[in-house]
Structures are given as structure tokens and as C-alpha cells.
Ligand binder design. Sequence first.
Ligand SMILES: *Cc1c(COP(=O)(O)O)cnc(C)c1O
Length: 359
Amino acid sequence: MSLKFDIQPSSKATPEKERAAKLVDPGFGRVFTDHMAIVRYNQGKGWHGARIEARSHFPLDPALAVLHYAQEIFEGLKAYKRDDGGVNLFRPDANARRFWNSAERMAMAPLPEHVFIEAVEQLVRIDRAWIPGGEGSLYLRPFMIASEVFLGVKPSSEYVFTVIASPVGSYFKGGPAPVSIWVSENYTRAAIGGTGAVKCGGNYAASLRAQAEAIEHGCDQVVFLDAVERRYIEELGGMNVFFVFADGSLATPPLGTILPGITRDSIIALAKDAGRPVREEPYTVEQWRADAASGKLKEAFACGTAAVISPIGQVRSASGDFLIGGGAAGPVATGLRKQLVDIQYGRTNDPHNWIRKVL
Ligand SMILES: *Cc1c(COP(=O)(O)O)cnc(C)c1O
């Protein structure tokens, strides 16, 4: 199937001065560009109507399937401005593949991977003036909703795929500050056979209560345990987790119920390139506490597209608190973060061919 995007530039593009003002300190996810990409699906026509057009509201029928049964999936990736003025995407093919897997799990129409990539690239090109320089980037949010107007519980026969874009500042000014995390003993995130491994909106709705509990306990983020034994560390609400040991090796929870992060996969590759063994194996919270106390564990960090790598300084739970590496950012997390960010911005070589130059 080939789909040609009909490009309709906005007639009300933001004036340059106003755009520059918005780019000064954009924060995360509050400022949006002038355009969006949109592709529609119905059973008769398949995927059709690919367009780049002015960002605008959706007309929402109150019986739209997504509003009732939450058939919704999304992705998150970034466009980075290089020093030569060009623009990089980081592993968009991996996001496209994961989006396909998410659609299959949610009984939605899977979007061909090349259409996903084309939509992202076209949007980045038309909104290139919105990509911040320096350590900022353009966060891209592809998503798909069930758009059939019908209240029956069944897979929708219609979908809308959209990509919107939001300029974001550096997540952490002056290097990543260590985060504190709360071990959730009341809530779990995912069970075998469930939807933990896909990026569907419902997973995040279900995690918010646990995240609120973390904040009530003075923590930045929540970490979930497995749903069966309630001992094995799984991941944060929206980030994967790594452990760094005194012998130089790394460990991270195995795939299955966790979200297969592209940052996680990239860190595994970079650590192995550097000669560090990486184990994908279950790790309990009791072992984590014991290893932090004995000095066997040197660092822990969370990772994902938005924040790249966040060192974990403190772990708190109903059964007590402990510090990791004295609560400070460690050299392995800091080094991996720098290497990954340098690849993303095209400042160092890209041994795995992860960069796709859009401009
Ligand atoms: C998106 C996400 C991640 C990180 O994935 P990246 O591809 O690295 O951005 C990790 N965990 C959850 C639950 C996520 O939603």
C-alpha cells in the first residue's frame, strides 16, 4: 500500500516572534506546533486520507468508541537539531514497530510502519522552525483512537491516526538530578497476558493513583512490582529501570509484562559495546535493598525517551527507605546518558545506525 500525504500548510501559522517567545522555556507538553499529521482507517477503504494540515480540534461524537472502551495507543519520540542545522530522528522504525504491536494487542487496525515514519517525518519537516536548539528537542506524539460511533463492546471498525508535536526543553537543566521513587505495594501495573507490554492509554490511567501515592510520600516517581509474587521490580509508570553493580555489570528486568523501551534496548547495546555484561533477569526489592546496603549495588537509574536517564537516589516503601550511591548520580548513569544524547544530536558516531536524518 502506498499513501501520499496531502500537504496543506496552515493559513494561521504562529508569527515568528510569538513562536520564539514560546520556545524560550517550553517545559514539557504544553506548547504545540502549527500542524498535525492525520491518516484515517475504515474497513471499506483501509488506510486513506493521509494529510498534513493545521493543528485543530477533533469533532467528537459522544458515542465515539474510544470515549467508552479506551481503544487508544500512542508513541513518543523526539526530533533533535544538529549543530549543522539538520534534524535527526532516533530509531523511528522501532517506534513504528512497537505501534504496530500495540495496535494488534488492542484489536485495532495496525498502521503500516512506513506510513508511521512518513507521517512523523513530514510533520517534522513542516514544523522544523519549532525545534529548539541546544539541549531542547521536538517531542512527537503519534497516537491512534477508535473512531466508530457505536456503543457495542467490540473492536471499532474505524480509526484515526494522528501525530502532534511539542517543543520541549532539556528535561534537566545542568545534568540529571537524582529522583526518589516509591515502591507501590497497593497497586500493580501489569500481569501476564495483560497490556503491560504495549503503550495503550489505559495503562497510564491505571497508574495515576499509584503515582499520586508516591507524591504523597514525598517521592518523584512510583516503581511497580510484579503482580504475582509482589517482589520483583518491574518498572516505573513510564520508564524502565537498570541496576549497576560493583563488578561493572548491569541488570534490568526481563521483557514480558514491562514496556519494551527503546531507550532500554539502546542502553543494553551501548553497555555491551563498552564490555559491560547486561543481564535481563528478575530482581527483587529485598535483594535491591540488601545489595545497596552491602555496596554490591553502586547505581540504579530509570530510562525513557522523555528524560533519557534519571539516576535513582532514594527508594522509599512502607517497609523502610534506602539510599543508592549515597543519593548522588553515579558515573555509569551519567556516562551512558552523555553517550546516548551525543548520538541523538549527532555529536558522536552512531555505531548501530540508529539515526535517521530528516533534514
Ligand atoms: C514509553 C515507556 C517507557 C520507555 O520507552 P522508550 O521507548 O524508552 O521511551 C517505559 N515504560 C513505560 C511504561 C512506557 O510507557
